[in-house]
Design a protein. Structure first.
Length: 158
């Protein structure tokens, strides 16, 4: 069943975050200028805010990532584990380079318990404002969660 609406149902958001934060690593796909998919593994932090869901990734701002998002500002985040729990977020994606966001996201990762949390300095940045990293903001327009023995649920922005 697909549910549509301005915001995803609270239960679906909670289940998505539970699965994503337990699995931790996801495959994030973007599209290149020739419309070919390109995937990489990233470590998002999903935050529930005012009924919405926002994903944050500390990442290196490579020319390739910048070009992909400039050409198509969307990304797909897919989680899977051997127990076959699945969580997928299809998102609008943009770099959020303002100082306040960079500091806040750095602190989210630095203060979260492992394995979700980690020391952001391991990415090669001395501090949240270091140009070696940036913040990628992910705003889902579609969520899907499937749990073995449970039900599958999908939401998309109406």
């Amino acid at each position: 069943m697909v549910e549509e609406g301005a915001e995803p149902p609270v239960e679906l958001v909670e289940e998505f975050v539970r699965v994503a934060h337990r699995i931790v690593w996801c495959t994030l796909a973007t599209v290149d200028r020739r419309r070919r998919p390109r995937a990489r593994v990233v470590h998002p932090y999903w935050e529930r805010r005012d009924g919405s869901l926002i994903g944050w990734v500390l990442t290196r701002p490579t020319p390739l990532k910048r070009a992909h998002l400039a050409g198509s500002p969307f990304a797909s985040c897919s989680y899977w584990d051997p127990a076959h729990e699945v969580a997928v977020a299809e998102c609008e994606a943009a770099f959020a380079g303002d100082e306040l966001t960079r500091r806040r996201v750095w602190d989210l990762f630095a203060n979260a318990p492992a394995p979700l949390g980690y020391d952001p300095k391991m990415l090669g940045a001395a501090d949240p404002l270091d140009e070696a990293i940036t913040v990628l903001e992910l705003v889902p327009w579609r969520l899907h969660v499937a749990v073995p023995g449970g039900t599958a649920a999908t939401w998309r922005r109406g």
